[in-house]
Design a protein around this ligand. Sequence first.
Ligand code: ZN
Ligand code: ZN
Length: 131
Amino acid sequence: MTCNRKGPHGKRCGGILIERTDRIGRVLFDCPRCERREAGVCATCPRRVRGMVGRAEFCESCYVRRQQQLGRLRKKEWRREYRERVPAIPLAEAGRRAGRSRARNLSPERRQEIARMGGQAKWARVRARAA
Ligand SMILES: [Zn+2]
Ligand SMILES: [Zn+2]
């Protein structure tokens, strides 16, 4: 069972409840998550929370780690969506596209120079084989 109380962001707390029986036999439910938040203790370590007691859930370092974790998850999710939206292209085709794009960005002189070097290298190979 999870906690129905209002959590820090106006949403339901959702912490896992712990069942407990008091001295006169009533069954009570404790929410460690709410207790920690109300006491100003970090949710994942014994340090004090960063920010307002009763709202903040994590200490400075746990908060940073949590944000990084969420960021990674979001990135992963985005990548998955992207792969679904954009069909994969074969590696050879990707190489051709990259080559054309690089050629477009070069100056005509530089492009000529590269073509000349390529031609010379090719003839060097042909001559080496003939010799
Ligand atoms: Zn709770
Ligand atoms: Zn912490």
